[in-house]
Structures are given as C-alpha cells and as structure tokens.
Design a protein around this ligand. Structure first.
Ligand SMILES: NC(=O)c1ccc[n+]([C@@H]2O[C@H](COP(=O)([O-])OP(=O)(O)OC[C@H]3O[C@@H](n4cnc5c(N)ncnc54)[C@H](OP(=O)(O)O)[C@@H]3O)[C@@H](O)[C@H]2O)c1
Length: 304
C-alpha cells in the first residue's frame, strides 16, 4: 500500500511517517518537492504516484497570522483538502484529515461532541471548518480527527516555548481561562495507525488525551515534570502567574472552551485515551532524550 503523507515536516506529519511506515510504503513530499499551493502540481503528483491512501497533515496553522492572510489559510485548510477529497472519491481511496477544536465557538464549559454546531471565532477555525465540510460533501471515504493543543518532541510548540522562556525569565504570565487537553503529535499518529488497522467506520472523531487543564496548568506541569527529569534553571511551578484572556489580547480571538468529548473515538477503538499528564511526562522524556538533550547537559555542567 502506498501512503501519501502531506505536511510531513510538521509536528503530526513527522510522527505519522514513523507510525504509518509500519502499514505501507510512505510517500512524504516536502514543500520543496511539492508545493501544495499549486493545484496543478498536486494533481500531477497524484497522477504520477497514485497513492492508495492519503493522510493530509498539511495545514496553515499560524492562528494569529491567518487573520491577515485569510486567502492563504482558506486555500491550505479548505481548498487543498477539497482537492484531495475529490481525488480520493474518484479513485475510491480513503482520506485521513486533521481538524481542530477551533471549529467550535469555545463558549460554555461542556465538552464538545462531534455533532455540535460549528461557530469558529477566528479565520483559522473558519478555514478548518470549511475543510471538514468539503471532505464530508465530497462523498469520499474519510476519517477526520479533530484535535487540540498539539505539541511534541519535534516542531514548534508550547512545551518547547515554555522550556526556553522558563530558563530566560524570572517571571512568566500564562493564560488560565482557556481550557483544553494538550495532545502529543505522537499520540495522534499512533491513534491514526490504530484506526486504520481497526478499520474504524468513516466520519469525524475527536482525538485528544483524557483530562483537561489550562495553558497555565500546562506550563506548571511542564516545569514540574522537567525539573523532576533533571532540567535545571526552570522556575518553580508556583512562580507561573495566571492571567486571563481578556487582559492578553491577540490578533485572533481564542476559544475559552476547547474540551472535546472522546466517547465516540474511545467506543470505536474499544479503549480509553490516556491522560494528558502521563502523555506530557512521556513526551518531555522523549524530547530530553532527543532534540532537547542539551537542556540536561547544561544542567549537568552547571552542577559539576
Ligand atoms: N498545532 C496545533 O495546536 C493544532 C491544534 C488542533 C489541530 N491541529 C491540526 O493538526 C494538523 C497538523 O498540525 P501540525 O501542528 O502538525 O502543523 P504544522 O507543524 O504547522 O505543520 C504544517 C505542515 O504543513 C506544511 N505546509 C504548509 N504549507 C505548505 C505548502 N504550501 N506546501 C507544502 N507543505 C506545506 C508545512 O510544511 P513546512 O514545514 O515546509 O512549513 C508542515 O509540514 C493540522 O491539520 C492542524 O490544523 C493543530
């Protein structure tokens, strides 16, 4: 089986390459070999390589910048998935796609279920919702995983930003009233592989770990767990100062409620999702054993 993974240099795409190579031959063009903004190039590539499965991890993910570049966000997050879905329908192959909690309004405090009415509060969320719709309307066989707060050992993300800022600053203010579940890219890739092996019924699924926290709670957990794993120079969790969204305006409004109901996915897989904190501990360990190893070396040098 030939598997096309788009966005293979991104957080999720990177992990997908590792997981899905167990299921087939992975084809992972980067932007240097296939510019996804070039519709003709994408058609030509598909015609030439004829994948048996498409996994679309490419996206426009710069949430604030999307407010200034709505056409670009709409192209990558909606027009491209629509094009891939049309191809999948014509060739009778499946499309796996990733979407976001940002398709929901972010109001209230209850977890969103997959049927909740979409009401995105920013350009990025709107573009993701249009992508989901286009895939469903195409009639192709599809799995859409809506996830939240993605991070990992590789790529740019909140965990790595906190580890850097924590060592640079004495004082860190972090948002306390946005609630969700931080989701490792590795978990997304593992569940994708499992869903394909178990031949999950097509449709939309929420994919996140169990439990919930705020960005503030997440920052505290990062510092606590990283200190426990030997990283020095980080503030104590108590030194992280909670601030509310209203006092920290960003170009794109953010949803306060990013809780996702996991029941559909857990029932389909026949297994509970792991808790976010255990996932964070594992991902931190993976980072410190790999790309973040210098944080431990610096600590050892300081201690010596
Ligand atoms: N990040 C989050 O917090 C979050 C939350 C919820 C849902 N999601 C969804 O999860 C999925 C994966 O997100 P992620 O965090 O892994 O994204 P990411 O790290 O930003 O990766 C995006 C990927 O898309 C590629 N790409 C963008 N424009 C391209 C172009 N013109 N041609 C070729 N490739 C292009 C990027 O390539 P380059 O490396 O060359 O730029 C990169 O490989 C997305 O659908 C996203 O919407 C993410």
């Amino acid at each position: 089986m030939k598997i096309l993974i788009t966005g293979s240099t991104g957080q999720v795409g990177f992990e997908l390459q590792r997981q899905l190579s167990l299921l087939g031959r992975v084809l992972a063009p980067t932007r240097h070999t296939l510019d996804l903004l070039d519709a003709q190039a994408v058609d030509d590539w598909l015609e030439q390589h004829r994948p048996d499965l498409i996994v679309n991890a490419a996206a426009y993910t710069a949430v604030d910048r999307a407010q200034q570049e709505p056409e670009l966000a709409a192209y990558l997050n909606a027009a491209l998935p629509a094009q891939l879905a049309r191809y999948a329908r014509r060739q009778d192959i499946a499309l796996v796609h990733y979407s976001s909690d940002y398709v929901y309004s972010g109001e209230g405090a209850l977890p969103w279920c997959e049927e909740a009415a979409p009401a995105p509060c920013n350009v990025y969320g709107q573009s993701k919702w249009e992508g989901d719709q286009a895939i469903v309307l195409s009639g192709c066989e599809h799995l859409i995983f809506r996830t939240s707060w993605v991070y990992g050992a590789y790529g740019h993300n909140f965990m790595k930003t906190m580890l850097r800022l924590g060592r640079e600053r004495d004082r860190l203010e972090v948002i306390v009233d946005q609630i969700g579940a931080p989701t490792p890219a590795r978990l997304i890739a593992r569940i994708t592989a499992q869903a394909l092996v178990q031949r999950l019924e097509g449709g939309v699924y929420h994919l996140a770990p169990r439990g919930e926290t705020s960005w503030h709670g997440l920052a505290q957990a990062i510092f606590r767990l990283a200190r426990a794993q030997g990283v020095t120079g980080l503030p104590a969790p108590e030194a992280v100062i909670p601030v509310v969204t209203a006092n920290y305006p960003t170009p794109a409004p953010r949803p306060l409620n990013s809780r996702l109901c996991l029941e559909r996915l857990e029932t389909a897989l026949g297994a509970p999702m792991p808790h976010w904190e255990a996932q964070l501990e594992f991902t931190l360990g993976e980072y410190l054993a790999g790309p973040g190893a210098s944080l431990l070396r610096n600590g050892a040098e300081q201690a010596a």
